[in-house]
Each structure stands twice: as C-alpha cells, then as structure tokens.
Write a new protein. Sequence first.
Length: 331
Amino acid sequence: MTGIVERARAALGREALGLIVLMVGMVAVFTAANPQFLSVSSFSSMGYQAPLLGLLTIAMLAPMISGGINLAIIFTANISGLAFAWVMLKAGGPEAGALAIVAGAALALIVGALAGAIMGAIIAYVGAHPILVSLGMMIFLRGLGEFLTKGGDISGFPEAVGALGHGDILGLPTPLLLFIAVALAWQILLRRTRHGFAVYMVGSNIRAAEYAGLPTKRTLVMIYALSGLVCAIAGILMLARFNSVRVGHGEALLLVTVLAIFLGGIDPFGGHGKVFPVILSIFILQMLSSGLNLIGANQHLSTAVWGMFLIAVMILRSDRLASLYHLFRKG
C-alpha cells in the first residue's frame, strides 16, 4: 500500500495527490448527505459553473508565480466584455452576425491584453509594486466601466453568443471545454517554453534572473498581458453565461481565485507551483459550493467555508507546523 502511495505521489506530485484525496472525500461526504450529488445533472451543472472561476484563476496564476498579483482580473474581464457588447450593439444586437461576433471577440481580447500590458510595463519599467499597480488599474477600470454603462446592465446579444455559455459539444459543456483548452495552453506555456522558464526564474529571484541574461522586463510585461488576455476570455464567457454585461459581475470571485491559487500549492512569494493542482483546487471549491447547495445550506455559507479553507491552508503550510511534523516523525 505504501508503495502504491509513493508511486502515485511521484507521478502526480504531493499537492495533486492530496487534493485528489480531498476531492474523493468530499464526494463521499456529499453523496452520503444527498445521493443527487453524484448524478450526471449535478456534475453537468458544475461543468457550466466552474470554468468562469477557472479562467479567472488562471489569469491570476502566472502573476502569482512571478511573485506578483493581479487584483484587476475581475474588472479587466468586465471591461473586455463591455468592448464585446459594444460591437454587438453597433452590429444590431440580437441580429448581429458571425463577423460581428468575431470582431467583438477580437476587440475584447485586445482590450484585456492591453490593460494587462500596461500594468506589466509599469511594474517592469517603473518598479512599482504589483499590488499597487493592479489596485490602481482595478479602480480605473471599475470607474471607466461605471461611466460607460451608467451603473446599469447591457444586454441583447445573438443566440450564438449564448450558446458559448449554455451550449454543449458531444454532451460536454462548452464552457468546460473552453476552460480545458486554456488550462492545457497554460500548462504548455509555463512548463515547456522559454517564457515559462523565465516566469519561474523571475518569481524565484528577479536579480539573479537579470544577471543570468533573462529578459525580465519583457517577461513581466508578457505575464500581465497574457493575464489580461485570459481575463478577456473570462469576460466573454461571463457575458454569454449571464446574457448581459455589468461592471460588478463576478466581483465576489476575486478572493476565491486567490484561495484556489493557494489551495493548489502556489507559493505566495513566487517561483514555485504547477497548473494541475490549481485546476484540481478549482473543482474542489466548486464541488464544495454545489454540495452545500444540494444539502440545503445557506448560499452564503460556502463563502464562509472558503475563508476557513484559506486559513486552514495557511496553517497547514506554515514552517512551524512542518517543523513540528518532522520532529514528531523523528520521535
């Protein structure tokens, strides 16, 4: 038995194996409380809900690995969705054709990437702290969005856009397939490319990376530009899911993305972490929310439990607790 566990740990990694065990335990507990949890409809519902959180978490991933943070992910997604909506409305709203949809998506991606690139450039060339830069961008984008929408919703889009948020391909939710595609791209980008190597080096020690000849400034700009690009994809999905755009959509998800990052084993100081455990953590949080909903718990309870998760993760990963664990094993 020990040999099986060790081989699984070697293949998946300690973080991923622990999260898989946690996931299995949650499935067992929620299924015992309500057998409906293990139904196809329940997992299908999670497949439609989890990708939005997943995309926003991926947008936060590379900045965190680099030792920074992007607090503007929600409002970058919203302003990108607003750009998409503007093109749709100009093209006739519900009557907009395929060309307008493609043009709207392209503009949304450009807006998201541009917002991220501006943050990255300020961090890289001015030397400002990522928290302050992303906070400033968050406030700017929120104010700009409220000015453009006058605090209201914008709705009225073609049915093809709604299919992105509610449709399926071969029985699998379209949002889930979109998320899987982006997650795989990020796995390849971070683990198989020079840019990915530079991201980890910048997070480990940016001065050492500079001395090694890595283009740290260009890497930082690219990190935040790509983060903004994924935010734009999330913004388009958000618009498709809700059939509307509003500046406050998804605002509650910001801290949940940070929780998913930490739960997935990303070092908050940068330089370490993998994509797969973060993906597992996203589905664990979604299962927790869906499970609590199925057993009739108050909808706000999941937020409180998410907060408890974050505190527990910080405690379990503290150096002092690790030292006590090793001391106990030696004893």
